[in-house]
Design a protein. Sequence first.
Length: 153
Amino acid sequence: MDAMVFASRVQEIRTQLYRTAYGYLGNDQDSLDAVSEAVYQGYRARKDLREPTYFTTWMTRILIHVCYKELKRRTKQSLEDVSEIKSEDLDHLSLQEAIASLPEEHRQVIILRYFTGLTLAETAQALQIPQGTVVTRQRRALALLRVELEEDV
C-alpha cells in the first residue's frame, strides 16, 4: 500500500479511530495522541498489511495496542492514588466509569461495538476471537452495565 492510499484510508476512518481511543482512554488529548501514534505505526507497517480490505480492522487493532500501552503507563503512575479512593466515590458511577469498571474482555467488546460502531464480524476480527464469543461477551457486558447503572438510580 503506498503512502497516498494509506493517507486516504486513514482519513476515511479517523472519527472511528478517535471514538475507539476515547472509549479506552476517556480523555481528549490522550485519545488524539493515541490515534496519532497508531497512524504512525500503521504507516510504518503498511507494507505488512496482507489484505487491504481489512484495513479498518488492522488499524483498529494497532490503536488498541497503543491504548493498552497508555493505560499500562497510567497504571504505573497511579498505583499510589488507588489507596486514596474512598468507597463512597465508587457509589456514583457515570456510564464511562461503569464501562471502565467492566472486565477487560467485556469492555473491549462494548467499546468496539457501541463507540466505534464495528459490526459483530469486524469486532471479532479486531479482537481475534470467534463471533460467538463477541456475542456472549456483549450480552454479559450489557447485563453487568445494567446492574451497575441501576444501582446508581
